[in-house]
Design a protein around this ligand. Structure first.
Ligand code: BV8
Ligand code: ZN
Length: 251
């Protein structure tokens, strides 16, 4: 992987690094992406599955889709891309990971500052009384997830289309994007807002923006550098290059 001089210079001088990740960084762990060839949503529209009205229309179907995704997550591990972000955090202390993913893999890999903009699939709560429910503690009646306390419908703690993002995570993510002098956009199709606006926020505030994606995306035009390859190969190469140009005897 050739690292362009502009990026080498940025790796040598950066002090505040932020990374926005999407489903692409988990693809090499075996977690299907949303819109790629084996996309989760190829046979069903996102709105049918990842929205409150889709859920209310068919709670059993939507619950089954999340149960299917949780089952996949039981069998996967963080990959070299997730681990490279942990290495980068050692080289750039305070590195912030802003993720659209709900799979929890960044935390499992060891990243310490992770903002989950779209929630986490391992957490659920009752739509009526708010009671939290671990996925294994949800009673199903005709496939419908019922609250053990009040009998209300239980839903996954993820952000559906048309729903607001968690305020704290969003505020902190905008602040980190504005403050960044190096912003990595990794494995995202840049189609879902407001997350997809963060690389533009970073660029407008003066950051060097790097896209890591095997394919072009709507974010490519905003990027100063596009590294065309899978995160599991590109990010370790980025870490090597950073080690080569950063002075302090860091990790
Ligand atoms: C909001 C959680 C304010 C659930 C997700 C009309 C009505 C209502 C809203 C809207 C509307 N029009 C637009 C909107 C806004 C809407 C939106 O953006 N829609 C899009 C589709 C146009 N956004 C919202 O509704 C957001 N809320 O706006 O609130 C509001 C409030 C009320 C009313 C109006 C507005 C909430 C959005 C959150 C939706 N929830 N997920 C769940 O996961 O089940 S989104 C879902 O898409 C995932 O989080 C996913 O992460 C995200 C983005 O997808 P990507 O991560 O980018 O994944 P994708 O598969 O698309 O791309 C993968 C990429 O990786 C590809 O580019 C591929 O090339 C690359 N890749 C593949 N392999 C690799 C790789 N890269 C690197 N390495 C590899 N190996
Ligand atoms: Zn309840």
């Amino acid at each position: 992987m050739i690292i362009p001089p502009l990026l080498l210079k940025s790796l040598a001088t950066a002090t505040r690094v932020a990374a926005l990740t999407g489903a692409g960084i988990s693809a090499e762990s075996g977690v299907p992406t949303f819109r790629g060839a084996n996309g989760l949503w190829k046979e069903m529209r996102a709105e049918e599955l990842a929205s409150m009205e889709g859920f209310l229309k068919n709670p059993a179907l939507v619950w089954e889709w999340y149960a299917h995704r949780r089952a996949i997550l039981q069998t996967v591990q963080p990959n070299a891309g997730h681990r490279a972000l942990v290495d980068l955090e050692r080289l750039y202390p305070g590195l912030v990971v802003i993720t659209q993913n709900v799979d929890g893999l960044h935390r499992r890999a060891g990243s310490s500052r992770v903002y989950e903009l779209h929630g986490n699939i391992e957490r659920n709560s009752c739509t009526a009384c708010g009671e939290p429910h671990p996925s294994t503690a949800v009673a199903l009646r005709d496939g419908r997830p019922m609250c053990t306390r009040c009998g209300g419908l239980v839903r996954p703690d993820v952000v559906w289309f048309g729903e607001l993002l968690p305020e704290e995570e969003w505020e902190e993510s905008v602040r980190a994007s504005r403050a960044a002098d190096l912003f990595l956009s990794i494995g995202t199709s840049g189609l879902v807002f407001p997350a997809a606006s963060l690389p533009l926020v970073a660029r407008d505030a003066g950051a060097v923006v790097v896209e890591v994606n095997p394919e072009e995306s709507p974010l490519t035009v905003a990027a100063d550098v596009s590294l065309r390859g899978p995160a599991g190969e590109v990010l370790p190469a980025l870490v090597e290059a950073a080690r080569g140009v950063t002075r302090s005897p860091r990790a």
